[in-house]
Design a protein around this ligand. Structure first.
Ligand SMILES: Cc1cc2nc3c(=O)[nH]c(=O)nc-3n(C[C@H](O)[C@H](O)[C@H](O)COP(=O)(O)OP(=O)(O)OC[C@H]3O[C@@H](n4cnc5c(N)ncnc54)[C@H](O)[C@@H]3O)c2cc1C
Length: 402
């Protein structure tokens, strides 16, 4: 594995559990931080029951029970459920806990090793590192994030184009400086200011994490300048409306790239698989990628383990990986690109959705469940469509009577 984030750790764990020698190379030393909102769907416990107890023991996980959703025109609505909707945590803790699990179950980990390239040799691949070291393996899994060296070296991408990237910001500031009046409620402003982007404020156990994200072409053309100015303005506006108390601390600020254009056209090659951000596995509508990194990491590890065990690591054999991830999350990722494009192109639609959700509690809950990965859009699409149109009619009728 190149990369020991959630994708690499899950891949290494799957290999180790199947008795295959697994080596993780990461340029950083863990615990390391990763710029991130640190929000993850509650369904992670259902998908990875084998990790739930470990994560609960090692990571300070905060449960979110309500979500305040705001539209570009300033309409807002609060969705709540019977139980928790979503979880928030610090990436420093999550990533260290996942890698520790992989190591405890037999994976080897080399830290502070920056990979620079790949080379095919008879019967395997050589991974070259900046310090001159080289490691040989039968399969290489690229879990090296948005700037993946592996995906490029394997010819799977020339690198993500600007049109498929967002620039995202985050800041984890302690509760003593920044807090939310309702600590079990997160805030999401989708299509913030009518722009192709979003703002979020996530309460965590001991801090508040917030940020903004914008498609890169829009950012370069319209906003420009240092990202911190846009980040701090979003928080100041949220504070003025009482969503959050306190102010931004620039010392805690970070910005990073996020792939928002859907998965790469191909995620496998001869002796190579790519997972997580390296393969573009991020929900293009919500920017959620930790869960997808874990899911694709596990599939990549299992497929690679089977390939090594039977002695066939060809591209044709590894293509099984793509079949597996498509079956589990392909539909969601395809829909997410469509939703993002429609909402970013048409802020009035986002306004109409939030206005409709305000008059239909079930619709409001469905929007939140779909957005937070707890319900399938395709399963609920029909009900959401008729509720949306009825709610719009009701709202229009109310306005006429008033
Ligand atoms: C500001 C921001 C906010 C976000 N908020 C959320 C959120 O709230 N919820 C959510 O689910 N997702 C969020 N995301 C997305 C999420 O952070 C990523 O989808 C997720 O980290 C992907 O995991 P990964 O394992 O694929 O990659 P990463 O977590 O990026 O891990 C890649 C690893 O590879 C290592 N590496 C990279 N290059 C090399 C190299 N050449 N040699 C050796 N090692 C290398 C890195 O050191 C790193 O440890 C956010 C992203 C950003 C930028």
């Amino acid at each position: 594995m190149v990369g020991g984030g959630p994708a690499g750790a899950l891949a290494a764990l799957a290999l180790a559990r199947r008795g295959v020698d697994a080596l993780v190379l990461d340029k950083k030393r863990f615990p390391r931080d990763k710029p991130c909102g640190g929000g993850i769907r509650y369904g992670v416990y259902r998908r990875f029951p084998d990790l739930a107890a470990h994560l609960r023991a090692k990571v300070a996980i905060h449960e979110i029970r309500r979500v305040l959703m705001e539209s570009p025109g300033g309409h807002s609505v609060v969705a709540s459920g019977d139980g928790p909707f979503y979880l928030t945590l610090r990436r420093t803790e999550l990533d260290a806990a996942l890698l520790e699990r992989a190591r405890a179950e037999g994976a080897r980990v080399e830290q502070a090793v920056r990979v620079t390239g790949l080379e095919h040799v008879a019967g395997g691949l050589v991974v070259r590192c900046v310090d001159g070291r080289a490691f040989t393996g039968r399969v290489v899994i690229g879990a090296d994030g948005v700037n993946s060296v592996v995906a490029r070296a394997a010819g799977l991408t020339p690198g993500f184009a600007d049109a498929t990237l967002a620039i995202d910001t985050m800041e984890e500031t302690p509760l003593a400086e920044l807090s939310m009046p309702e600590p079990d409620m997160m805030y999401v402003a989708y299509g913030y200011k009518g722009w192709p982007g979003y703002g979020y404020v996530f309460p965590k156990r001991d801090c508040v994490d917030f940020g903004v994200g914008f498609l890169v072409p829009f950012y370069k053309r319209v906003l420009a300048g240092p990202p911190y100015a846009h980040h701090a303005r979003f928080l100041a506006e949220a504070a003025a409306r009482g969503v959050v108390r306190g102010r931004s601390n620039p010392d805690n600020f970070k910005a990073y790239r996020l792939p928002l254009g859907g998965p790469l056209p191909r995620t496998w090659a001869d002796r190579v698989l790519v997972c997580g951000d390296a393969g573009g596995f991020v929900n293009a509508y919500t920017g959620e990628g930790i869960y997808h990194a874990m899911v694709t990491g596990r599939h990549a590890g299992e497929v690679a383990a089977d390939a090594v065990t039977i002695g066939d690591c060809s591209a044709a054999r590894l293509a099984e990986y793509e079949r597996r991830w498509r079956e589990e999350i392909g539909e969601e990722l395809t829909d997410s690109v469509r939703i993002q494009r429609r909402l970013f192109a048409n802020p009035a639609l986002a306004d109409a959705i939030i206005a409709a959700a305000a008059v239909d509690a079930r619709l409001c809950r469905l929007f939140a469940l779909v957005a937070l990965g707890e319900a399938s859009l395709r399963r609920h699409r029909l009900e959401m469509a008729w509720r949306f149109f009825l709610a719009r009619l009701r709202a229009r009728w109310r306005r006429k009577r008033a």
